[in-house]
Ligand binder design. Sequence first.
Ligand code: GLY
Length: 304
Amino acid sequence: MVHGGAGAMDNIKDNKTAVRYLESIRRVLEHGREILTLGGSALQAVETCASLLEDDPIFNAGCGSVLNEEGKVEMDAAIMDGRNLSAGAVAAVDNISNPIQLARFVMTESEHVMLISEGAIRFAEHCGMDRAPENYFYTPDRIEQFNKARLKHKVMLDHDDTENDSEDQKYGTIGAIARDSDGNLAAATSTGGIVNKRMGRVGDSPIIGAGVYADNETCAVSATGYGEDFMRSVIAKTISDFIYMKGMNAEQATQAGIQYLTDKVNGRGGVIVIDKLGNCASGFTTKKMIHGWIEQGGHAVVRF
Ligand code: GLY
């Protein structure tokens, strides 16, 4: 399963734009299935799918990341392996084209779970990752969005429609979760965060248990939404706990999680979930969430 953000999607005004989003999600799902079909692991599948979404400028992650109050990109990402609960995360990193790959290096090449900012960048260099040039990130749409946010002196959410000050905008993040043929689960989440956010602000995406979680005994979860809500409700681990402690399946745990998110913090956003048996579920409190899933046979299902 993958997702590409949740919200009202007021910015997706025409059919051509909608098709562009849905086709990107479909392409990524088919690529992920190819990896699994060829015997790749769930971890490889989610890292590759998240990387492809980071490479697509229509999503708020990687090259399409939104700009902070300084007009700079600061990205967060995390990846988790359900086999042994190993995890890697990076926060407030810039000039890295695929933060999810750096998160994977943190998991596999360091003794830590999270590295941030300059320390994470130094670690990327240590791992031989290239720094992307600044102009790789600054898409015309993001610069326009940032300038509008600054003029309004407000923090805006990804793909905010500035003609519409509704709270229910698109909350950008990308995410991928998978179960492989050995029954292993993995999850990955990556984001540029929120437009005009404070320098140093970190959202839920790199926080294990908030924006991402994977445990072979329960499920894999990736969240998208207003990060502060997801951090306060520890939503990904909460959904996993519903399965672990109450014996729920993916659908039941997702519904219970969305109810909890709403009751506790009136949270805005959504989740995708695959449980240990391979059942897929999704839930969101916003009007829409761009997401899809694909199984061993059959076609990709993609929807808002
Ligand atoms: N969910 C992404 C963020 O709030 O940064």
